[in-house]
Design a protein around this ligand. Structure first.
Ligand code: BEZ
Length: 251
């Protein structure tokens, strides 16, 4: 997945704006060592540092990390894979916002998080939960199948688990889940009736791979038309996000 870090910052600011209240769940104490996993352009990493923590932000995307370093030169950032990482100095907490649903090897990620935490350390995260953007996925798949793009329609890159499914996985990796919630959070899209096309172009590139520009435009229009009755509320468009939030402690 290649990210356009500029576009991400301009058009999808909600990703880190909503993340600010996940920070309350993290409850940073000054002097704590915290890892921000999948930190994107680093806004929340900076906020964690401003709360007095010693923080490191990591992301698999070099473009995101470059942008983060330019914006916040006083914060520690590195390109790292969430599935396979290591730390000599253990962390008090690992935090993640809107990133874990991209991770293909969830077991590898949970193993790495567990290994870098101190005993009693916490894993605090928000990600897409079961049913996240379900209407958008359904509309996209329908339109792609109608156009004969069956492979693209069936490509799966996101993992949106239920509370039970994810809590079981966390427990199997040695965590105790002390809090979990799965809730609807309809999320505003920018740019009116262009919002769906921009969202799919930015986040759902897998659906459009190998499709010529003019047909892509037509497909995006058809997806938008299918979603309009559900997404358009008097000119403001909203996506059907469902979030999964949890706190899991390393016993
Ligand atoms: C999310 O935050 O739920 C999300 C973002 C991009 C793609 C899929 C899900």
């Amino acid at each position: 997945m290649k990210w356009n870090a500029d576009l991400y910052d301009q058009k999808h600011a909600f990703v880190f704006q909503y993340g600010e209240d996940v920070l309350e769940l993290l409850n940073v104490k000054p002097g704590e060592h915290i890892l921000d996993l999948g930190c994107g352009t680093g806004h929340l990493t900076k906020l964690i540092q401003d709360k007095g923590a010693i923080v490191k932000g990591t992301d698999l995307s070099p473009d995101m990390i470059q942008q983060a370093k330019e914006k916040y030169p006083d914060v520690d950032f590195a390109v790292e894979d969430a599935v396979d990482f290591f730390a000599d100095d253990k962390y008090d907490a690992v935090f993640s916002n809107a990133a874990l649903h991209w991770v293909k090897d969830q077991n590898g990620m949970m193993r790495s998080v567990y290994n870098v935490l101190k005993h009693g350390g916490r894993f605090v995260a928000e990600m897409g939960g079961k049913g996240n953007v379900a209407k958008l996925v359904e509309a996209t798949q329908l339109v792609l199948h109608n156009h004969g793009y069956h492979v693209q329609a069936d490509t799966k890159v996101w993992f949106f688990p239920s509370t039970g499914e994810y809590a079981k996985m966390l427990e199997e990796h040695g965590f105790r889940v002390t809090f979990a919630a799965h809730y609807d959070r309809k999320t505003p899209l920018q740019d009116g009736d262009q919002g769906v096309a921009k969202w799919v172009t930015m986040f759902g590139a897998q659906f459009l791979e190998g499709i010529a520009e003019d047909e892509k435009e037509q497909i995006l229009k058809e997806i938008t038309d299918k979603l309009e009755p559900y997404y358009n509320e008097g000119g403001q468009w909203y996506a059907d996000y469902k979030r999964l939030r949890f706190v899991a402690v390393k016993e």
